[in-house]
Design a protein around this ligand. Structure first.
Ligand SMILES: [Zn+2]
Length: 293
């Protein structure tokens, strides 16, 4: 039976190569619950979520990693986030049908870059700008890995309505002599023979056997992944505070209450005039209570 909602690390013995496999299933379906984008846009989100899950696991950060594309195209926003707690969340927004002849990412988003933000839990977040090259995120990320100072990395991503899956291979610095110098070329060529269908349907053991049965592969314990949203009332309170009291009161005047919907998990947080007064004047007595001066 297929492995669900997990990321697993593996190493190929006697080579400087390590890898990871990810499968997102119910966590991915949860991200799709409020998604009305069409199939192509959904699949790009699935691939982005598989990618950030792999990268979060590779980087061993204590924080989160976010991939974001913003543009003026038919698909104008894509956000995929994975945390070191092995949670994912994401969204994709589409405002008109993707034109039939648009296959390049640059045309679909009308954007020329994606931004990868790594929040490592200490210091300022790191932001990497990735040119939006090719027809899918795999192409863009591969080009990025090739031109960045990072370890040589290859990534394979695929997604359909039920699953989003990915495979990542990385070559560690050669800090010891390996008997077999050609291993990186050989192993990445073997991995390139994986089909999207195999990546979605096979178990990790089947995938690794299918690709590397002539190598000696060791798989480490799998880590479960689930959907979770980091939105909270206190974050929204901070957001309202940053609007300033005057603007908050203007919204209250027009709408009667301030209602904030989280776009990732669709939960709704309402603030009435009493809540807003408490946010800006936390020491004030709640209206209606007795105060003795
Ligand atoms: Zn949320």
């Amino acid at each position: 039976m297929k492995d669900h909602d997990q990321v697993s690390r593996f190493v190929i013995d006697n080579t400087p190569i390590r890898g990871q496999l990810v499968s997102l299933d119910s966590s991915w379906q949860k991200c799709l619950e409020n998604c009305d984008a069409d199939e192509h846009a959904r699949n790009l989100l699935g691939q982005a979520l598989a990618a950030v899950s792999l990268l979060a696991s590779t980087l061993k950060i204590n924080g989160d990693i976010t991939l974001q594309i913003r543009g003026q195209g038919a698909v104008h926003l894509l956000v995929a986030q994975a945390s070191s707690q092995r949670t994912i969340r994401g969204l994709v927004r589409q405002n008109r049908p993707i034109e039939k002849h648009s296959t390049r990412l640059q045309d679909i988003f009308d954007a020329d870059k994606m931004v990868i933000t790594i929040n490592s839990g200490k210091g300022e977040p790191y932001q990497g700008i990735v040119p939006l090259i090719g027809n899918d995120l795999q192409d863009a990320l591969e080009a990025y890995f090739e031109h960045s100072e990072q370890l040589p990395t290859h990534i394979w991503l695929t997604s359909n309505r039920t699953s989003a899956s990915g495979l990542l291979l990385q070559r560690l610095p050669d800090d010891q002599e390996y008997s077999d110098e050609d291993s990186w070329n050989r192993v990445t060529q073997l991995a390139s023979t994986i089909t999207p269908q195999e990546l979605i349907e096979l178990t990790k053991k089947e995938i690794l056997f299918r690709l590397f049965h002539e190598e000696s592969v060791r798989i480490f314990d799998m880590e479960p992944i689930h959907f979770a949203c980091s939105c909270s009332k206190s974050r929204i309170v901070n957001m309202i505070r940053s609007l300033g009291q005057q603007e908050a009161n203007e919204i209250l005047h027009e709408e009667g209450l301030i209602s904030v919907n989280c776009e990732f998990c669709n939960s709704r947080h309402d603030f009435d005039p009493i809540d807003i007064e408490q946010i800006f004047n936390p020491s004030a007595e709640a209206p209606g209570s007795l105060s003795v001066h």
